[in-house]
Design a protein around this ligand. Structure first.
Ligand code: UDP
Ligand code: MG
Length: 318
């Protein structure tokens, strides 16, 4: 006997995307319709747009889409909570209805045709399928280098992330149930999802340019995301600080012995420059170390408040 096709929910976070949605939303809809027609997924499948507190016409456009097609549902958050929280909200809502979810950006950068491959891997028993960028040919060498060092640095710092994977990902119901049990407020899904486990695999796709609008992740925000990701997932930076402290302590001790010996021999010299450099070096290092520890304390503070990660203001099409 044939097993019925799974119910798919495509979760799409949107923030101020009124410029891009009119061109990409029809593509998502056509995709889902063809998947339903080919009986790859069930007719109960949905596209779920999550409006992350946009200030433009995004929400009214989603409402309109949902009125036009029963395949489209929408969620509006009470305010802007960031990509990761918006995505989590969509996935947690989808969990009650779907057998399998796919998260994708709304700007047309992720190749929607990779969805077929992802579903094929899911039917082969994979609970999580990571969309991985095959080539970075379209990027400038600078962007490519910084992005690659981003992943290397994250891995060196003890945050296990899938190389060249953003948030284009398939997750089965079991994996979503697993995700729902991770209570942290500091969300970095790319780092948390690998911790869920289960059988997983990757699918390669080519990432194109944004269809319209501009990125919400310029370099500074990327760097912040990296720092956030690392301090949310590992305490390696704190170990590094202690190790550096020990090394500097030893060097300092040797220096002290040497200074005393020079003093005893009677030819101590006025070393203004070297003293000043040492002060700067140690001062800088201390500030950096305190900063890193502060990041962790800040995280503990936020986690201990146990605030909700998002609040839903409105639903359409449910
Ligand atoms: N996004 C969001 N909330 C935010 C910022 C971004 O929901 O506060 C969404 C955005 O609409 C898009 C996705 O997250 O669908 C990825 O954002 P963007 O394309 O700006 O990032 P990039 O692809 O440049 O890394
Ligand atoms: Mg994008």
């Amino acid at each position: 006997m044939n097993t019925p096709p799974p119910t798919l929910w495509i979760v799409i976070p949107c923030y101020n995307e009124a410029e891009v949605l009119p061109s990409t939303a029809p593509l998502f809809l056509t995709k889902l319709q063809s998947l339903i027609e080919s009986r790859t997924v069930s007719p109960e499948s949905r596209i779920c747009f999550v409006d992350d507190g946009s200030r433009d016409e995004t929400w009214s456009f989603i409402t309109q889409l949902s009125a036009e097609s029963s395949l489209i549902v929408g969620l509006a958050l009470s305010r802007n909570r960031g990509h990761q929280n918006a995505l989590l909200c969509g996935l947690m809502e989808a969990r009650s209805f779907c057998d399998v979810s796919i998260s994708i950006d709304c700007d047309g950068q992720d190749d929607i045709d990779a969805i077929d491959d992802m579903l094929a891997r899911f039917s082969q028993g994979n609970e999580i399928v990571y969309g991985v960028r095959s080539a970075r040919d379209t990027d400038t060498p600078f962007k490519r280098k910084t992005a690659e060092s981003f992943y290397r640095f994250m891995q060196k710092m003890g945050a296990e992330v899938v190389f060249n994977h953003a948030d284009f990902r398939l997750m089965g119901k079991t994996a979503l149930d697993g995700l729902s049990q991770f209570g942290e407020k500091n969300l970095f899904l790319r780092g948390i999802v690998p911790l869920i486990g289960f059988q997983s695999t990757t699918v390669e796709y080519e990432r194109s340019d944004r269809v319209a609008g501009k990125s919400h992740y310029p370099f500074a925000k990327m760097a912040h995301l990296a720092l956030d990701g690392i301090t949310s997932l590992s305490v390696k930076p704190i170990h590094l600080i202690s190790t550096t402290g020990i090394i500097f302590g030893c060097v300092g001790l040797i220096g002290l012995v040497w200074a005393l010996a020079t003093f005893a021999s009677g030819n101590s010299i006025p070393g203004w420059t070297s003293t000043l450099s040492a002060i700067f070096l140690i001062g800088g290092l201390q500030l950096l170390s305190i900063g890193v520890i502060g990041e962790y304390i800040g995280k503990i503070y936020l986690e201990s408040k146990d605030r909700p990660r998002y609040l839903i203001k409105e639903r359409v099409g449910f």
